[in-house]
Write a protein that binds this ligand. Structure first.
Ligand SMILES: N[C@@H](CCC(=O)N[C@@H](CS)C(=O)NCC(=O)O)C(=O)O
Length: 278
């Protein structure tokens, strides 16, 4: 039996839900309310000591970290194969996983936070907010949350987020140009594409995606294509309520201009240090 601990509109959970939908694996879902701190309940911490979603339990075995969960599901349920067979293509696929885990995840969190969760947190009482911050044991994560809460788009972490997205879209356009099939790592869809879907989708729902894709036709074509997938619809689009879509669109509109200006600042920075882009 497959059980998944998840949260609504959680980007890491969405990766796993796409894989489950592609493979048509039935599962039981347990919803964790992140805004009510359910991730810090002792019974959930016993499953995922980091207090984050998703977590997968398969016949009593616990697997955490969305990238590892996706690979585990592909190793366990082989149809369709989402990890390419050729060793080099596997490396390419895993480079996309690393890009997500080592930068894009935090980039999306910081951008989403500065656009919408910041607003939501400002409506909390001082005590509720304090509790939210002190619950975060990891000092780096706490510093990021506090900076984005205090400074919004002006936070240095948001600048880093904008840079990470710039580099990801630059690499995506290059990768898609190499293969006329329009997938990131192989001739067919792989975990590379699935890893990227929720992270591109979030920018689209915040209505700031064109900051990066306006002059990148291959990225735009990839995004149009993946939105049509039944697995994308089932895992990402269908569960979103009209209210969530509206909140993302209106809060994204508030930060759009500054995001675009800060991207220009990043491009200027790279141009002045052309040998050392991140
Ligand atoms: N590297 C982890 C990150 C998981 C993560 O941070 N999940 C977010 C939701 S997308 C979460 O649970 N946040 C709750 C919190 O930070 O309190 C993964 O890929 O599974």
């Amino acid at each position: 039996m497959i059980e998944i601990y998840k949260a609504g509109n959680s980007i890491c959970t969405q990766k796993v839900l796409i894989v489950l939908a592609e493979k048509r694996v039935p599962f039981t879902a347990h919803d964790i309310d992140l805004f009510n701190n359910e991730q810090y309940r002792p019974e959930y911490l016993a499953i995922n000591p980091k207090g984050v979603v998703p977590a997968l339990v398969h016949d009593g075995k616990v697997i955490t970290e969305s990238t590892l969960i996706c690979e585990y599901l592909d190793d366990t349920f082989s149809d369709p194969r989402l990890i390419p067979a050729a060793p080099y293509e596997r490396v390419v696929m895993r480079k996309w996983s690393k890009a997500v885990d080592e930068g894009l995840f935090e980039a999306t969190r910081e951008l989403s936070f500065s656009a919408m969760f910041r607003e939501r947190m400002s409506g909390m009482t001082e005590a509720q907010r304090e509790k939210r911050f002190t619950n975060i044991g990891d000092p780096n994560k706490r510093a990021r949350f506090m900076s984005t809460y205090e400074l919004g788009v002006e936070s240095p972490y948001v600048f880093q987020a904008i840079a990470n997205y710039e580099n990801a879209f630059r690499d995506m356009e290059k990768a898609l140009a190499k293969d006329s099939k329009g997938w990131l790592a192989a001739a067919t869809m792989s975990l590379a594409d699935i890893n990227m879907m929720p992270f591109v989708a979030r920018l689209a729902y915040l209505q700031i995606i064109d900051v990066w894709t306006e002059n990148r036709p291959l990225c735009r074509a990839w995004w149009s294509k993946v939105q049509q997938l039944p697995s994308f619809q089932a895992a990402i689009r269908d569960p979103l309520t009209e209210r969530e879509l509206e909140t993302m669109a209106t809060s994204g509109a508030r930060i759009r201009k500054r995001v675009s200006e800060r991207r220009d600042d990043y491009l200027a920075l790279v141009a002045s240090a052309p040998k050392a882009p991140i």
